[in-house]
Design a protein around this ligand. Structure first.
Ligand code: PLP
Length: 402
C-alpha cells in the first residue's frame, strides 16, 4: 500500500521537480521556421517534415503536430517503429518511411498505413503480396540513387525497375525521389550531376509510359539553395528545428533554434588551490574559485569530448566548464565575490550577483545577451548540429513552450 502511494506520488511530481536538467522546445520557433521556408518555395510545393530520430531530439509527436498545424502535409521517418509511434499518437497525415524496411515489416506497414520507400524487387513483391492478401493497394515511393551511393535503384535502372514492380496489382507508385550528397557544400558540380541524373531517370520513366507521382529531392540545404530542386515536394529536417545545414545557408533564410538545454546548480563548493575536480583530475583548482555542479552529463547528450572545452551561461554570464564530463553530471568554475581579498573577484562582484545553489544554467540557448548555439558546441568537437541535437534528445525531459 505504502509503495503504491509513493509510486503514484512520484508520477504526479512534475518532471522538473524530479530532475534539474531539461530541454525546452519552442513550438513557435518551429512554426516560424516553416513559414520562412515556405517563402522560398512555390505555392504548390508540398512540405514534408522529417521527424526521424525523435525529430532530431525535439520529440517526433509534438513536432509532427506543430508542423502539420503550420502547413506541412507529409511526415517523413526513418523506420517502421517511428511511423508506428506517430500513428499510435493519433497523427493522421501521410507518413513516408524514407528507406526500405525489412520485408518482415510488410504487414505492420499496411496495418499502420505507412508508405515505404522501395529499392529492391524482393521487398516490392513482399509488400505487393501482403497488400493483395489484405485486399488493399499499397502506395510506395521509389528511391533513385543518383550519386549518394547509399540506397536506391541506380538512376540508369529506374525505368526498368518500375516496369518490373508496377506489374503487381497490389502496388501503386505514389512518388519518386532522390537524395543529395552535397547540397550543403560548395561543390555545386556534384549537386548538378545528381540533378541531371535524376532528371534523366524521370524522363525515362515518363518515356516508358509511367507517371513518377510526387517528385521530390530537396533536403533543407537544397530547398534553401537551389530552387531547381524543389519539384513537387521538399523534405525539411534540420531547417524545421531552426538549425542551418551548413554555413552556406546562413544568409539565405532566417531560422530560429527551437531547442535549448538547461539545468540548475545542484552543488556549489569552494575547492582549494591544487585540488583536482572530477575523474582523472584533468582540471585543478587555481584557488579562489568555487566549483558548481549541474546534473547533466554525457548520458544526456553532452559529449564527454567537450570536457574542459565549453562554457555555460548563468544570468547572462559565461563560465568555463571544468573537469571531465561525467555520465550524469558536469562541473563549471565560478569566481564568486565571497573571497573579497582578490581584486579580480571584487571587480566581478560589482558586475554580477554571485552564482548560487538552484540557479538556472543554460548549456545551449540564450541567457541575457549571451548565447551558446548548437553549432558552437558541435564545432568544438568536430561534429555537426544534427548530431548534437539528436544526442540531447535521448534522456532529458522535454518542455514544450508556446
Ligand atoms: C534526413 C533526411 C532529410 C532531411 O535532411 P535535412 O538536411 O535535415 O533537411 C531529407 N531526406 C532524406 C531522405 C533524409 O534521410
Amino acid at each position: 500500500m505504502n509503495e503504491q502511494i509513493s509510486i503514484d506520488y512520484a508520477g504526479m511530481l512534475p518532471p522538473f521537480e524530479r530532475r534539474w536538467a531539461w530541454t525546452e522546445i519552442d513550438r513557435d520557433a518551429i512554426r516560424a521556421n516553416l513559414k520562412n521556408m515556405r517563402k522560398l518555395l512555390g505555392p504548390d510545393v508540398i512540405i514534408l517534415t522529417v521527424v526521424k530520430a525523435d525529430a532530431y531530439g525535439h520529440g517526433a509527436v509534438e513536432v509532427a503536430k506543430a508542423a502539420l498545424g503550420a502547413g506541412s502535409k507529409y511526415i517523413g521517418v526513418a523506420n517502421v517503429t517511428e511511423g508506428m509511434q506517430l500513428r499510435r499518437a493519433g497523427i493522421k497525415a501521410p507518413i513516408i518511411i524514407l528507406s526500405e524496411p525489412p520485408a518482415t515489416c510488410v504487414d505492420a506497414i499496411l496495418s499502420y498505413d505507412l508508405v515505404p520507400t522501395i529499392c529492391t524487387v524482393e521487398f516490392a513483391l513482399a509488400l505487393g503480396e501482403a497488400a493483395s492478401a489484405a485486399g488493399v493497394i499499397a502506395p510506395f515511393h521509389l528511391k533513385v540513387d543518383t550519386g549518394m551511393n547509399r540506397i536506391g535503384v541506380h538512376y540508369t535502372d529506374a525505368g526498368d525497375f518500375l516496369r518490373t514492380v508496377s506489374f503487381h496489382e497490389g502496388l501503386e507508385l505514389q512518388g519518386t525521389f532522390t537524395h543529395f550528397a552535397t547540397a550543403d557544400t560548395a561543390d555545386s558540380y556534384a549537386f548538378k550531376t545528381q540533378m541531371d541524373r535524376f532528371e534523366h531517370a524521370l524522363e525515362t520513366i515518363r518515356y516508358m509510359g509511367m507517371e513518377p507521382g510526387i517528385v521530390h529531392a530537396a533536403n533543407s540545404a537544397a530547398a534553401i539553395r537551389y530552387k531547381s530542386s524543389h519539384f513537387d515536394m521538399v523534405r525539411l529536417g534540420i531547417a524545421t528545428y531552426g538549425l542551418h545545414p551548413s554555413n552556406l545557408t546562413r544568409d539565405l533564410v532566417q531560422l530560429e533554434p527551437a531547442m535549448s538545454i538547461h539545468a540548475r546548480i545542484c552543488a556549489l563548493k569552494q575547492v582549494g588551490l591544487g585540488e583536482g575536480v572530477s575523474y582523472g583530475y584533468t582540471y585543478r583548482s587555481p584557488g579562489g574559485v568555487e566549483i558548481a555542479t549541474i546534473p547533466l552529463g554525457y548520458g544526456d547528450g553532452l559529449s564527454r569530448l567537450l570536457s574542459n572545452k565549453m562554457d555555460v551561461l548563468v544570468e547572462g554570464h559565461r563560465y568555463p566548464q571544468v573537469g571531465t564530463i561525467c555520465m550524469d553530471m558536469c562541473m563549471f568554475e565560478v569566481r564568486n565575490r565571497k573571497d573579497i581579498s582578490s581584486l579580480r573577484n571584487a571587480q566581478l562582484s560589482a558586475e554580477r550577483k554571485p552564482v548560487e545553489y538552484g540557479d538556472k544554467v543554460t548549456i545551449v540557448g540564450k541567457s541575457g545577451n549571451q548565447e551558446i548555439s548548437m553549432d558552437d558546441l558541435a564545432n568544438r568537437i568536430g561534429t555537426i548540429n544534427y548530431d548534437m541535437a539528436c544526442m540531447f534528445g535521448r534522456r532529458l525531459e522535454r518542455y514544450y513552450v508556446n
